[in-house]
Design a protein around this ligand. Structure first.
Ligand code: FAD
Length: 403
């Protein structure tokens, strides 16, 4: 068998990467510290990113997006993660890109005209609400219900640990929300519906997170919230499949942001090893540290290549090429499993290379460690859930611990 593999980005995508890198270095990087300290992404930055089509990158041009591929979205995600290692800007970016793609594909024309045009303009936030305080990994157990009455759904329940609750409330926008429309069924009784955050009957409670301070996380409680049927994606009870499809892109982009942040940390670390002297020479001379550097670099490069693969498989699938969904599931789960760990290890090691200085805010590293930890503990899917997906694909459903 001859494998036809090209490991280089196309000329077009390399040019795209260089352009995005320059923009991120100029516009985002100088603000990263401020975003972490002040707890929000400046509105002017969102306006600038919207202008260069980096918000809602996957959304078609018709609604103001650039109709970017998942590979391009991952390339941009890496650069944004690099420029704001706290992850806040990357979270804003990847939620709008990942879930904007699902909205573009399955939303009604009326809803897309109304919502997506504002998202791409930086005037509305789009996120996802699937987790409930009673449990996140066990999606079957969600309790939020939506009952159809005339041309509206009446939503009751609560969601927890949802990113962007304040942004959607203040800026405008909302969340693609997974609800039960037929509670007697499991996955076949779920629907995905966009719920505008400013709808009457929604109350918000925010958490005090340890990291990614520039973007909020919190609970949404729905008390008889009326949602127009135009906001339903695809058909009633089709929601579970759409959510899983959305996670494919979102998890790929999360992984790209983590790897971008890890690359930035490693570059800072290498500079430090070359500059800092101990025992008559630079730290970079010591094999113990050289080997750590090699391990980190190797893992970053390997995961990056796997992200390109996951993104390319999704793009090929979207373009009608014969791609086995199993291969996409595996590739996406593998990158979401490894990228947060590689990023966490990189920050930890680079902080240690800095000695006492690594423990200070002045070193500029700890916000990265706090940010990527969100993806270790569960954001966009817990790591054991990634393992379970890989188990399912390797062994088959009969070997799953649950049906
Ligand atoms: C900062 C942050 C932002 C988030 N943003 C969003 C958002 O915007 N929208 C949204 O819907 N959700 C969001 N989440 C929630 C996230 O999706 C959940 O944390 C995740 O799905 C895990 O759910 P859980 O936290 O309830 O953990 P649990 O499901 O309670 O899991 C706890 C632990 O048990 C392990 N575990 C669970 N089941 C199994 C099993 N069968 N076998 C082995 N181990 C298992 C998990 O790996 C995990 O380590 C966010 C989370 C964080 C931390």
């Amino acid at each position: 068998m001859v494998l036809n593999m090209n490991f280089n980005l196309s000329e077009e995508n390399q040019l795209f990467l260089d352009t995005v890198r320059n923009i991120c270095r100029k516009e985002i990087k100088p603000l990263s510290e401020k975003i972490d300290n002040e707890g929000s992404i400046p509105k002017e930055l969102l306006d600038k990113l919207a202008k260069v089509k980096l918000i809602g990158i996957t959304i078609p041009e018709k609604y103001g997006g650039m109709n970017g591929t998942v590979l391009q979205s991952a390339i941009a995600g890496m650069e944004i993660g690099r420029a704001d290692i706290s992850m806040a800007t990357a979270v804003y970016y990847l939620l709008n890109a990942g879930w904007g793609k699902i909205f573009s594909k399955y939303g009604t024309e009326e809803a897309k005209e109304e919502v997506l045009t504002k998202v791409t303009d930086g005037k509305a936030f789009l996120g996802v609400a699937s987790t409930e305080t009673g449990g996140g990994s066990d999606l079957y157990a969600i309790k939020t219900v939506a009952k159809k009455e005339g041309s509206r759904y009446i939503v009751n329940g609560e969601k927890g640990f949802i990113s962007g609750v304040t942004e959607a409330r203040e800026l405008g926008g909302g969340h693609l929300t997974i609800v039960k429309t037929d509670p007697s069924k499991r996955t076949k009784g779920m629907s995905l519906i966009y719920i505008p955050a400013q709808s009457p009957g929604i109350s918000v409670q925010t958490y005090k997170n340890m990291g990614r301070m520039g973007i909020s996380t919190g609970e949404l409680t729905y008390d008889n919230v009326e949602v127009d049927e135009k906001y339903l994606l695809k058909g009633e009870n089709d929601g579970y499949g759409l959510l899983i499809e959305g996670f494919m892109t979102a998890r790929t982009l999360v992984s790209s942001a983590c790897i971008g942040a890890a690359e930035e940390a490693l570059e800072i670390g290498i500079e430090h090893l070359k500059k800092r002297e101990a025992f008559g020479g630079p730290l970079a001379r010591y094999e113990g540290l050289q080997f750590e550097m090699v391990e980190l670099y190797t893992h970053i490069e390997m995961v990056k290549l796997m992200i390109y693969k996951a993104a390319t498989l999704i793009d090929e699938y979207e373009n009608g090429k014969k791609v086995d969904l199993k291969d996409i599931n595996m590739a996406v789960s593998m990158v979401k499993l490894r990228a947060p760990e590689v990023a966490f290890d990189t920050f930890k090691k680079v902080m240690m290379w800095h000695g006492a200085m690594g423990y200070t805010k002045e070193a500029g590293l700890e916000k990265g460690l706090r940010g990527v930890t969100s993806y270790l503990v569960g954001a966009e899917g817990a790591l054991n859930i990634m393992r379970l997906i890989i188990v399912r694909e390797l062994l088959g459903r009969d070997y799953m611990p649950y049906k």
